[in-house]
Design a protein around this ligand. Structure first.
Ligand code: BGC
Length: 286
C-alpha cells in the first residue's frame, strides 16, 4: 500500500490539476515510446495544447491506438506508428510516414527508453547494448531525422518563431550516479552531452534542443518498486518535496519546452524531480 508522506511538520500532499495552455496550435509532434508512462502523458498534453501527435510505439499496438484515441479527443489528429528507435531503417520509415501524413514535424520528444539492470560484474554486453541502443542511439537517430526536416523547412512564423524543437527525455541520472544501473546512467549522461552539442550546433538555424530530467515518476514500470511502506519511505528520503512525480508533471513541462513560451531556453537540462538533485542528505548533515 502506498501512503503519501505526511507528518506533523509537513503539509498534506496535493497534486496540481492545471489546464494545459493552447500554445501548440497547428504544430506537428512526434513522441517516441508514447504507448505508456511518461510518453503517454506527454502525447496527451501536447494534444491538449493543440498539436497533432504521432504516437510512436514498439510493443503493443492496442495500447498505442488507445493513447492516439485519447489524444484525438482534444480535437487534433493522432496517429500511432510502430518503430524500434534503435534501428536506423525503422526510424527513417517512421519519419517518412509522418511527413507523408502530417506534412512536416515541428516537435520531437525523444522519450523512448528502457532499463536492463544488473550488478556491474554480471552486466552482459547485450544488456549494455540494448540500453545504449534505445536510450542514446535511438535519440540520435530521431534527432538527426528531425533536424534534417527542420533545416529543410525553416521557420514558418504563423506556426512558431523557431524552426523546430527537440525535447530529450533524460533523467536525474544524467548527473546522479546509479549503482546497479551503470548502462542506464551512462546512456543518460550521454544524452546530456549529445543534447547540448546538438543544441550548440543547430541553434543558429533557430532550432531549440533541451532535456527534461525526471526524478521518480509514477509509471506502470516503476510503481511496483515503491509499493511497500518501507520502500516508499526510503524513496521519500530522496525527495525533498515529499511526493512521487506524476506523468502529467512531465507533460506540462514538455508543452512549455515545445512552445514559444520557452523560446530563449536552449541546451538546458530541466530537472523535474521534486528536488531529488538537491543533495537531500545535506538537509541535516554536512
Ligand atoms: C528511473 C526511475 C528512478 C528515477 C530516480 C529514473 O530515471 O527511470 O526508475 O526511480 O530515475 O532514481
Amino acid at each position: 500500500m502506498q501512503v503519501e508522506a505526511e507528518n506533523a511538520t509537513y503539509p498534506k500532499v496535493t497534486v496540481p490539476d492545471c489546464q494545459v495552455p493552447k500554445s501548440l496550435k497547428g504544430q506537428k509532434a512526434l513522441v517516441t515510446g508514447a504507448s505508456s508512462g511518461i510518453g503517454k502523458a506527454v502525447a496527451i498534453a501536447l494534444g491538449q495544447a493543440g498539436a497533432d501527435v504521432v504516437v510512436n510505439y514498439v510493443g503493443t499496438e492496442g495500447a498505442a491506438e488507445e493513447v492516439a484515441a485519447v489524444v484525438a479527443d482534444s480535437g487534433v489528429r493522432a496517429l500511432a506508428i510502430r518503430a524500434d528507435v534503435s534501428q536506423e531503417s525503422e526510424v527513417e520509415a517512421m519519419f517518412a510516414k509522418m511527413l507523408k501524413e502530417f506534412g512536416t514535424i515541428d516537435i520531437l520528444v525523444n522519450n523512448a527508453g528502457l532499463q536492463k539492470d544488473a550488478p556491474f560484474e554480471r552486466m552482459t554486453l547485450a544488456q549494455w547494448n540494448t540500453v545504449i541502443g534505445v536510450n542514446l542511439t535511438g535519440q540520435f537517430l530521431c534527432a538527426r531525422a528531425a533536424v534534417r526536416e527542420f533545416k529543410r523547412r525553416g521557420v514558418v512564423k504563423e506556426i512558431s518563431v523557431s524552426a523546430g524543437k527537440i525535447i530529450c527525455m533524460s533523467s536525474v541520472h544524467e548527473t546522479i550516479p546509479w549503482a546497479g544501473h551503470v548502462n542506464y546512467a551512462a546512456s543518460k549522461g550521454g544524452i546530456m552531452m549529445m543534447m547540448k552539442s546538438i543544441a550548440q550546433e543547430v541553434a543558429p538555424y533557430r532550432i531549440r534542443v533541451n532535456s527534461i530530467c525526471p526524478g521518480a515518476i509514477r509509471t506502470p514500470i516503476n510503481t511496483g518498486a515503491w509499493s511497500t511502506q518501507e520502500a516508499y519511505e526510503s524513496l521519500m528520503t530522496l525527495i525533498p518535496y515529499k511526493r512521487i512525480g506524476e506523468p502529467e508533471d512531465i507533460g506540462r513541462v514538455a508543452v512549455f519546452l515545445a512552445s514559444d513560451q520557452s523560446d530563449y531556453v536552449n541546451g538546458a537540462s530541466i530537472f523535474v524531480d521534486g528536488g531529488m538533485t538537491l543533495y537531500p542528505g545535506f538537509a541535516t548533515g554536512g
